[in-house]
Design a protein around this ligand. Structure first.
Ligand code: MN
Length: 140
């Protein structure tokens, strides 16, 4: 179970994403207005952020930069979802801080696999940099 913040302005898409994630046992926090996303992320403390790229007000790329610059949220992995996938988009989206991106209309399987992969990577990184590093195991 992971806490996943989902930022998407389209009501049908956000319902689809959250239903999918809930069905996989995750806790979701949906945000439809990107101006609320940073505060919602700080309050929710997500393990993963999924964001649409084409958002009114604060674009997905801008939001990723805000998250990357936030002391509390800078290490949270980001998965982008985008309707357009022109040449060069992949690079631009990754440069803004996304670990992965999925094209819309989404493949349910690919969406779920990408979420699982990012969560696994994040927990492996946490384990490597965790409190066990540099401390001697206790004798039992
Ligand atoms: Mn959108």
């Amino acid at each position: 179970m992971a806490k996943i913040l989902v930022v998407e302005d389209n009501a049908l898409n956000i319902k689809l994403f959250c239903d999918l994630l809930t069905a996989h046992g995750h806790e979701t926090e949906p945000v439809t207005d990107s101006r609320d996303a940073l505060d919602a992320a700080r309050a929710f403390g997500p393990d993963l952020v999924i964001t649409d790229i084409q958002l009114p007000y604060v674009s997905g790329l801008e939001l990723m930069e805000l998250l990357r610059a936030d002391e509390q949220l800078c290490d949270v992995p980001i998965m982008a979802v985008t309707a357009y996938s022109a040449q060069g988009d992949d690079e631009r989206i990754r440069a803004a801080g996304a670990r992965a991106y999925v094209s819309k209309p989404i493949s349910v399987l690919r969406f779920a696999e990408t979420v699982d992969q990012l969560l696994e990577e994040a927990s492996a990184e946490k384990a490597m940099g965790g409190p066990a590093a540099g401390t001697a195991p206790e004798e039992s």
